[in-house]
Design a binder for this molecule. Sequence first.
Ligand SMILES: Cc1cc2nc3c(=O)[nH]c(=O)nc-3n(C[C@H](O)[C@H](O)[C@H](O)COP(=O)(O)OP(=O)(O)OC[C@H]3O[C@@H](n4cnc5c(N)ncnc54)[C@H](O)[C@@H]3O)c2cc1C
Ligand code: FES
Ligand code: FES
Length: 1334
Amino acid sequence: MTADELVFFVNGKKVVEKNADPETTLLAYLRRKLGLSGTKLGCGEGGCGACTVMFSKYDRLQNKIVHFPANACLAPICSLHHVAVTTVEGIGSTRTRLHPVQVFVEVLTAFIHSSPKISEHPYDSLFELCQERIAKSHGSQCGFCTPGIVMSMYTLLRNQPEPTMEEIEDALQGNLCRCTGYRPILQGFRTFARDGGCCGGKGNDPNCCMNQKKDHTVTLSPSLFNPEEFMPLDPTQEPIFPPELLRLKDAPQKQLHFEGERVTWIQASTLKELLDLKAQHPEATLVVGNMEIGIEMKFKNKLFPLIVCPAWIPELNSVEHGEEGISFGASCPLSCVEKTLLDAVAQLPTHKTEVFRGVLEQLRWFSGKQLKSVASIGGNVITASPISDLNPVFMASGAKLTMVSRGTRRTIRMDHTFFPGYRKTLLGPEEILLAIEIPYSREGEFFSSFKQSSGREDYVAKVTSGMRVLFKPGTTQIEELVLCYGGMADRTISALKTTRKQLSKFWNEELLQDVCAGLAEELQLAPDAPGGMIEFRRTLTLSFFFKFYLTVLQKLGKVDSEDEVPKGQSEEDMVGRPLPHLGASMQACGEAMYCDDIPRYQNELSLRLVTSTRAHAKIKSIDTSEAQKVPGFVCFLSADDVPGSNKTGFFNDETVFANDEVTCVGHIIGAVVTDTPEHAQRAAQAVKITYEDLPAIITIEDAIKHNSFYGSELKIEKGDLQKGFAEADNIVSGEFYIGGQEHFYLETHCAIAVPKGEAGEMELFVSTQNTTKTQAFVAKVLGVPANRILIRVKRLGGGFGGKEIRSTLVSTAVAVGAYKTGCPVRCMLDRDEDMLITGGRHPFLARYKVGFMKTGRIVALEVDHYSNAGNTLDLSEAIMQQTLLHMDNGYKIPNIRGTGWLCKTNLPSNTAFRGFGRPQGMLIAEHWMSEIAVTCGLPAEEVRRKNMYKEGDLTHFNQKLEGFTLTRCWDECLASSQYHARKSEIDKFNKENCWKKRGLCIVPTKFGVSFTVHFLNQAGALIHVYTDGSVLLTHGGTEMGQGLHTKMVQVASRALKIPTSKIYISETSTNTVPNTSPTAASVSTDLNGQAVYEACQTILKRLEPFKRKNPSGSWEDWVIAAYQDAVSLSATGFYKAPDVGYSFETNSGNPFNYFSYGVACSEVEIDCLTGDHKNLRTDIVMDVGSSLNPAIDIGQVEGAFVQGLGLFTLEELQYSPEGSLYTRGPSTYKIPTFDSIPIEFRVSLLRDSPNKKAIYASKAVGEPPLFLAASVFFAIKDAIRAARAQHKDYDMKELFRLDSPATQEKIRNACVDKFTTLCVTGVPENCKAWSLRV
Ligand SMILES: Cc1cc2nc3c(=O)[nH]c(=O)nc-3n(C[C@H](O)[C@H](O)[C@H](O)COP(=O)(O)OP(=O)(O)OC[C@H]3O[C@@H](n4cnc5c(N)ncnc54)[C@H](O)[C@@H]3O)c2cc1C
Ligand code: FES
Ligand code: FES
């Protein structure tokens, strides 16, 4: 059979693909075949939304054009026949009009005309509203997530020009951002909300975005904001649905056939065709949304040679309202199911829609709109996932499934027999699922569903459940009780043993006790069960039932609503909006170029790393014979191919490719080079390696036991510890553990090496924070001088420290590949590889002893810090130094000793991460500080304040504190958060609520600013002034979303006294500014800013005579006059931070140039039954000196705080006992989402606090605020304490351990109660737990 042509449209242009390969995703096609690089690859698994595009098609059943968002990374091109695709490039550009967000102006205009409230706004405030859109609301930092977010919002507005706020939040549910802290994005988009503004149009909130001009914490700089920049709408830009597709709407659809390298795709057009195909090829795989199959192909290396797509078949897409329920064709997308059920709930009597509401509850937390728009209901059922959200609901409700094959048709109720095994169903090989009927509920019937995952909209659930009870008419006597669970076995199960015993019993406390005891007995999990968290999961099964029990009682009118939470106010603090991030418009249009967006070279090759699957082993053999058979294979690279030195790394303790031993899972052994990334992936998977295992050390405890450390201990000591402890009224000692963190920059590591063919020259484009080390390492590996290697960095899609050193893993490998092949070689890591290979923030274990007086005053402290450094030293020592230098946080400790040990383990090397060891040191400090308060029976805020430093005090490293503003920040935050009043309200709330508790905490941060390696405190800049007056500026720092380039342009603009529009920064490169320090340690603005300033001064000095000669002339006049007088218009600038230099040996000298300070107060609410927590409110007061750019600084404060929120409450890396990372993508590793940020988030910058130690009196801001999220951690602990205090025998001075992150599991387990005690599960000695604390 010959293959058909695939026809679809992209941004209005017709694409005809004659060789459509079913294995090609839309994302790969857009980026590589069509050169549309605006759509980004963030994860490849549907979890981050960076690849969001809009699909439009003519829906024959609905008889209209429909638009919906979709993830291009999982959409096979073959599924797109006669679909119109719109990408970010298709909705606007900086060349034609400002950016796609301006498409929203149309909507805004409509909105203005229709909303009297808005039309009352003066003209310029409308522009101000427009500015709040993503580019100009500072909702874009590194910008990598921005096109995806714009497309989600754009699609919503195409469908719903006047959305509600809830719809906006729903639309963004499938998008992640790692930089901004989300608030500015939401704020920008919320002005579209029909219900008006950020506060829902109540109009009476002074902080509402509509009123922000009136009430502002940060002074606006009107000169940086010109409303006229905002271009009017050009309606011709609105993409229209292709007329050709519209004309085809009535034409009969015919079967299509696409043939790829390994896979055939048949698009069936009728049910008969489908059943015939299944009869002829029972092994054929059906694909609808590809959400399951796509993942299996990409990540599990599965091949599905014959795919049949039933998405067009009318019977599989129909929705029928029947006598007993609503029947959905199996291909109906989940969004259709959701919409239909929502309508039914609105129209039908409540008692009929109990089950529908259960389904809707699950769908609400079901990943994002992108997924729901394409994933089918049938696909969900047949996937038979043990953690499916919907199957427990369908099973508990007794949903009916209709299955057909050629000549047969049967309808069965889904019950416990439907899933006979792991990922198995009762479906026969030739059968397909035709439809599923979701039943109406009856009078006397109640239904609830539950899902617990790491975060509410996290799609990988821990435990899911559907629960149904039917009472005998007019009674509370049970006629039917069904409790179904996901996540408690290898399939969806029904707790039959427990429920059968309850028939005819009454719905009362006795039944509750009985069911809980029964569930605890029946739903066991082996101690090594996949997924771990055994006690938590078991407890959840009981907690869910308890919630169901209470809900039913409530519906029966037997109890008052318990734990009804007063509605949180949604209004947010307004921030300053001076000069937006310079790249924001381009980022929002998808025009901003990241490393992998650089167009492919004609002869370019793709590289894929081959890594170890063992933590510690000898490599016995490497067999590449199968890899060589993969089409497009070029070569395999190993240590033997390195022309220079294979030794690399900061301390020369790493290799480009392992020699004969591997020391962690993910250790790079070699690499394959092929023609395309897809072939490279296949070839890498085909390389066979055999190992001989060696003993491995995985955890900190293992390392301590085996004395496995790098070097000797690091130490800071001051005062007389013995005397201090002898004087103390009380001594508390203990252990505290802080888990690691994955950087999760949205752009993964990427590098392209281009050999120049002359004298060993090579040019590399790299996503790195460290051009100099990249240059040095590549030169060494290739055995050439550094002057042959040019490193170029346009911008990074996030770095956070992860690209300070670890980026060299990829850049050295591609350099070797380019050297060997003589061709350009590119490698962009997939998310799972990136997470596996490149390490993250160090896990820490602290053993502490603290002595204090009854008043709460601390007199002695001893802390041993252990970090899990991994298999190489990297930056671990410098990180530990910062931990020791910050072990005091903001407190004066007269007698102190801190030691630090770097544990050498068989994990991938851990590395720099925003905060660089300080957050761990300070969290430990706040931990023992909170224990002092509890032991003394004093309010924590009082003890903290009592111990705080004062102006002029010496720290434990003997640096004098000058310009100490921490106490000012503290007092302002205490006042602005109304701490004391809220504390009383919280006490009241906690007394009135049994299963929900609130907690409040205020914490300070003192953050030392400088590199600890002293010579790094230097920077260079280069300025060229051209004869037209335009200025090309270069400095040593890289732009990764922190707004560094914007600030540098501001510095140059002020120094040269010319508008920012005349100044341009193109890139960072080693041939413009050499020997740069990494862009890190929050000092890049200080150092580079001063270097830029110096360069500007040189230029100004040279222009001075021409200015004097022509005082009324313009900048351009002076520039041209200087040129004509043969005066150089190019200058360098150099700066070195003065007076920085500290010795650990003598505990003397100043490690820091100055300190940044801040304080945060956070309130949380925990659900004691599930361990969920809500961040109700956070107030931050931050000292950033005289802010260079308040908008960028506030963005940094929020972004850092939200990243800290992830660190301390959400993000948990899980390792197997063998040292293999389980959490390798957004499905298993939860970073904060739109839903995680505080409902009220108020950030203010301390006024009138100029800093004389940095450029234009500013202060570092990138890292310092991260630690402030500790306020959330300790507020959670406060709430847990309130839960524990309910026990009769509670001791007010009880200390209990809560390690970081405070995940749901830890919160739930710490809220000990009657349910947790029923589920205690030990791990027998001979049994390995599923995961380890490393
Ligand atoms: C990012 C992401 C988030 C997710 N979130 C959730 C979540 O929150 N909760 C949850 O429960 N699941 C979740 N999933 C799983 C996914 O939603 C479901 O598996 C989805 O509904 C599958 O639908 P699909 O159409 O994409 O299936 P496909 O991948 O196209 O097919 C899945 C399976 O069903 C079979 N199949 C499809 N239709 C039929 C039919 N008519 N007859 C017989 N067999 C058929 C296919 O052959 C295949 O085996 C998520 C998946 C991803 C990638
Ligand atoms: S790249 Fe597609 S969702 Fe992340
Ligand atoms: S701006 Fe969102 S990930 Fe960087």
